[in-house]
Ligand binder design. Sequence first.
Ligand SMILES: Nc1ncnc2c1ncn2[C@@H]1O[C@H](COP(=O)(O)OP(=O)(O)OP(=O)(O)O)[C@@H](O)[C@H]1O
Ligand SMILES: [Mg+2]
Length: 467
Amino acid sequence: MTGRRGLGARWVRRRPLRTRLALAASAAVAVVAIGICAAAFLILRHQMTRQLELNLAQTATQVTHQTRGWGPTAGDTSCRYQAVPCVQIVPSDPARDPRERYELPVADATRKVADGRHEPYYSKLTVAGQPVRMFTTRLPGRDEALQVALRSDTVETGVQRAAWALSAVGGAGVLLAAVLGYWVSRTGLAPVARLTATAERIAATRDARHRIELPRGASAHEDEITRLATTFNTMLGELEQSVTAQRRLVADASHELRTPLTALRTNAELLARADRLTDAQRDRASSALARQLREVTTLVNDLIELARDEEPQPLVEQVRPAALLEHAVGAAREHWPEIVFTARIDPAAAGTTVPGVPSRLARLLSNLLDNAAKFSPPGGPVDTELTLTAGQLDLTIRDHGPGIADTDLPHVFDRFYRAKAARALPGSGLGLAMARQIARAHGAELSAEQAPGGGALFRMRLPVGVA
Ligand SMILES: Nc1ncnc2c1ncn2[C@@H]1O[C@H](COP(=O)(O)OP(=O)(O)OP(=O)(O)O)[C@@H](O)[C@H]1O
Ligand SMILES: [Mg+2]
């Protein structure tokens, strides 16, 4: 039995959700329909029997009033006619029985009722092949029992008919429940089916451009499924964006690597025929080769850093941006001795700490300072400033170079983007992309603007008080 039930449960679990929902909804409605019909049947049967018993009791009372002078009778009317009660009087003492045979069966209980040792009672029996209901009560003041019987076949046929009618209604209810269950599951799960189809299509084609169709005019706050579909679409949008970004990065990287690699190959081929070169030519080729190798190495390292999207959690610690800035400016002074770097640190900001990865933040600063120095006129000052205002650190790096044209401003943080004017200078256009990525990973916003009075100004806003 348990095994069979287990099998059934497994069978249901293996069905698609739509079938299971249809089954559950139909079963619920069917149980209610059957329950109502069964209750109606029981109430009806009880009421009909009760009515018959009331009739019997009434007849018994009437007969009691009319039979003051009667002795024991073997039966007034035989139970052959419908709606006509048959009556007989039975003494407690069998010696006083009438001579004729009793029409209705006389039992021990009947005698006991006659002498008051038993409560009046109803019974169900068959007399002359007919179903009969009988009431046995005591005649007041006499040692006799009164038995009143009525044919109960009308009641039984009524009950039977009611049973048939209610079964039909119940059956129709079950059928209707099945149809309703199927309909409910179909309409209720239609969005889920669409969701599944889209997910399967994406899995098969590996194309994240597909979207789930939402009902027209659906807002994001409608039902759970619509919300799920909207979230799924948002997720797909993000996935598509990230896949596109990755593809672009790979395409850009391969494109950017092609030029230095070609130059590398040319120089390597040249060096392979070193015997045909003069010493000066050989030296030039080998130093060019070394420089190009360095460039490619930097480019590849930068790409690897860019491809890594998040700061590794174990390396996060409390860092003091003021100290980092001082250190970065010190390093820049060594690297660009002809540039005058100034660092103004607001005393309020000097002791502030933020959670971050020191090496990455240092990388961000050095990228910005490198740019400022690279684009400054010889000897041009580069001014850095760190202030604390309204719960955030404000770091600015400003130079007095050509500045960034309005048309370039929206693109300078893109990977590999270099303004036309900058293409003569060394660089691959990855520095600012990396700087912004590091800033975002630290919850900061990095922006570029034209400095008043010429030059470029980079600003980083870093919220404090998170730690
Ligand atoms: N301080 C600046 N003044 C003027 N233009 C700038 C300045 N900083 C950046 N730019 C512009 O933004 C572009 C992108 O800068 P980014 O640092 O990303 O690349 P890069 O310096 O050319 O190369 P890399 O940093 O990878 O060596 C530069 O090529 C330049 O056109
Ligand atoms: Mg740069």
